[in-house]
Design a protein around this ligand. Structure first.
Ligand code: PAF
Length: 289
């Protein structure tokens, strides 16, 4: 595995690789790797000639009161995991390398961001698309891999790539879960023992709702309030939102067809957990609001 920290070195390496005509699979991360990331690497490994992974905790996507300084980091462990997962190139720039000066052109996401996490994290997705634009231009991947746990991120990145004709295919990768159903996340380390025991209720609530929808429930308010009540009864966390939208447009809908997302965020003492379920529906007769 080649470890690269400089933009110019990466450019040279990618140029060299492109000349040989091989495909590049790209896995952008902020490090503190877990099985979710490893599943992205595995997918990339299976479908491309080489795998490039980036580890960069992108300051631009953290709000002033968010956890940039305490975002978990463990570079030595990450290096071992990346090496074992057969990553070919690991790009690990520092902030100075990625943002050497003030940006003269700013990116601003207009759609898919005024709901779910975007509602509370103003500017977050602007930071995400900014860093991904830089990374996509540097790495020039044929495919880039994103976990569906951050479904809103997937939706926003698909919008970016479609709008600006990036020659990259965004591959959606299923959420990897602990045995008890909790979605794997770097932020799970912030949970207390008690909260960790309660947290699987989040996925359980989503599964329950999915079953109801699949067996014909079309009343969104009832589905949402059942999920909220379940979380309230089973955990000490505060529900931040439970919402249902079309996917990936993230708009409200009146007809039950196509892909919909049921998404949830729960605030525990130090950890804010998100999860979702995407349901593919055949056209249903019933209209609903
Ligand atoms: O999902 C993440 O870890 C980040 O948002 C990403 C895609 C690496 C951009 O910084």
């Amino acid at each position: 595995m080649k470890i690269i920290t400089k933009v110019n070195t990466l450019r040279e390496e990618i140029h060299h690789h492109k000349q040989s005509g091989g495909t590049i699979g790209f896995v952008p991360t902020m490090g503190y790797l877990h099985d979710g990331h490893l599943s992205l690497i595995k997918e990339a490994r299976n479908n491309n000639d080489i795998v490039v992974m980036s580890i960069f905790v992108n300051p631009l996507q953290f709000g002033p009161n968010e956890d940039f300084d305490r975002y978990p980091r463990n570079i030595e462990r990450d290096l071992k995991l990346a090496e074992n997962a057969d990553v070919d190139i690991l790009f690990m720039p520092d902030s100075e390398e990625m943002y050497p000066g003030t940006l003269s052109v700013a990116m601003n996401v207009k759609e898919r961001v005024h709901v779910l996490c975007g509602k509370k994290r103003e500017g977050h997705f602007d930071g995400v698309v900014t860093v991904l634009t830089k990374l996509f231009h540097l790495v020039q991947p044929r495919r880039a891999y994103f976990g569906l746990k951050d479904a809103q991120q997937v939706a926003v990145v698909e919008g970016l790539v479609d709008d600006y004709f990036f020659p990259v295919e965004i591959v959606r990768v299923r959420t990897v879960r602990e045995e008890d159903g909790l979605a794997k996340s770097s932020r799970n380390v912030y949970l207390s023992e008690e909260e960790r025991n309660e947290a699987p209720a989040i996925y359980e609530s989503l599964r329950g709702a999915k079953k109801k929808i699949e067996s014909g429930e079309v009343n969104t308010s009832a589905i949402i309030s059942d999920v909220k009540e379940f979380i309230h009864n089973m955990t000490s966390g505060q529900v931040e939102y439970v919402e249902i939208f079309t996917f990936p447009e993230l708009t409200p809908f009146h007809e039950w067809n196509g892909e919909i997302i049921l998404a949830i965020a729960v605030q525990f003492q130090k950890a804010r957990l998100i999860d979702n379920i995407i349901i593919s529906l055949d056209k249903k007769e019933n209209q609903h609001v």
